[in-house]
Structure formats: C-alpha cells, structure tokens
Design a protein. Structure first.
Length: 223
C-alpha cells in the first residue's frame, strides 16, 4: 500500500482480530448508553459479515474511537490441526446456527448438537444466557464468543476436549474460567471475551445433570 493513497487500506481484507476489536467497541458503547440493544445486534451482524475495512468503517463512524482509520493487523494464523474425521468437532462448510444469543429480562439456551458460527455474541441484560458446548460442533478451528453481561449472567459449559481462552473484563462483576480443556492438535479453540458489569460470565465444565439433560434432548435449541 502506497503512502500517497491513504484510502487504499479500506480495500484490505480484515482478520478475526479486527472483527473482535470492533465488536468490543460496540459492547463498550452499549455499556456507556451510546447505542441501545437493537443497535448493538444490528451492528454486530454487520461486523461479523464484514470482509474489508470499508465494511467496518460505517459501523463505528458515529462512535468515539481512537482512530477513524483502522490500521490493518497481521492475520493470526491458527496452529496446524490434525485432520478431523467424520463426526468430529470441526465441520468446515456446515450451515452455522444463530450468531446471537440475547436475553433481556429473559433467558436463552443454546445446547444439544448445534453448529457454532466462527463468531457468536451473547448478551444478558437483567437476564441469563446459557451456552452448552457439550455436543456442539464448529465451522472453524477457532471460535470467538463475545459476551456482555449487565445485571445478568452468561454461563458457558465447555467439555474437556475443547480448549478455552478467556480474556474478558469484569467491572463490579466477574469473568470466571473453571474449564478443564487443554490445547491439543485437532481440538477446537474457543476464545471467550467481552465485558461484565454488575454481572457475571462463567466458563465451567458441564455438570452431570447437564450431560443427562442433553442426552435426553440432543439437538434441541431453545430461545
């Protein structure tokens, strides 16, 4: 990219890290009261559908950010994974499930044999979101679950054959990681990030009662 053409960067393809950064800006804007819940959902859909920096630019145009011209970041390459056999956790090209789980003074559950998209947003405002990955499958080797909890809770149940990276922030709230998974070739990576304000995001292994419930209702997704 030449320096005398400052707009060229807008045509550059974005990475997952770029999407995560913009999603965090949107969650912070909602926490500050700059946008409402419906705007958050609409803009997150645009972020996760974006292909270039030109697609991202309108999403934060009316929000205070450090830079109006995002600098392209080198793509983060996932560690080489062993081929996944039929019936494995990672199913590239499969039709993914919902990209959002939003609970406002209500509850949402995602469980059973469902396909998790590369980016999933979980929002709990005076409500609860439960995401059970016991039987979940993934369209990508690395998945990001962006969480926002305000006077609410997001509970994520993760079996030990999924590697979890938790790097969220709690303000008068908590981000807790009690998962038992470890990184290994062929295992999916789930990165859980976001913000909890007077609420909680809890990552923990499935309880036995959850395992039995999923066996009875395998494939069920409840909203």
């Amino acid at each position: 990219m030449s320096q005398d053409q400052p707009g060229d960067h807008l045509s550059i393809r974005i990475s997952n890290a770029d999407r995560e950064r913009v999603a965090q800006i949107l969650h912070n804007a909602m926490a500050e009261g700059r946008i409402d819940l419906s705007e958050l959902e609409e803009r997150l859909d645009a972020v996760y559908a974006a292909k270039t920096f030109a697609d991202l630019e309108p999403v934060t145009r009316d929000l205070p950010v450090q830079s109006t011209s995002p600098v392209p970041q080198p793509p983060r390459m996932p560690a080489p994974a062993a081929p996944v056999q039929q019936g494995g956790r990672i199913v590239p090209g499969a039709t993914a499930g919902p990209s959002n789980s939003i609970a406002v003074m209500s509850g949402v559950e995602r469980r059973g044999d469902w396909i998790v998209p590369p980016h999933h947003s979980a929002v709990a405002v005076m409500g609860g979101v439960e995401i059970n990955l016991t039987y979940a499958r993934f369209t990508a080797p690395e998945t990001v679950i962006q969480c926002f909890a305000f006077w609410g809770a997001v509970e994520i149940y993760v079996p030990d054959d999924i590697h979890v990276v938790v790097d969220g922030i709690g303000f008068m709230g908590a981000f807790e990681d009690k998962s038992m998974g470890v990184q290994a070739p062929g295992r999916p990576i789930v990165r859980i990030t976001g913000f909890a304000m007077m609420g909680a995001v809890e990552v923990k292994p499935p309880k036995k009662k959850h395992l039995r419930a999923d066996d009875d209702h395998r494939g069920q997704i409840e909203d």
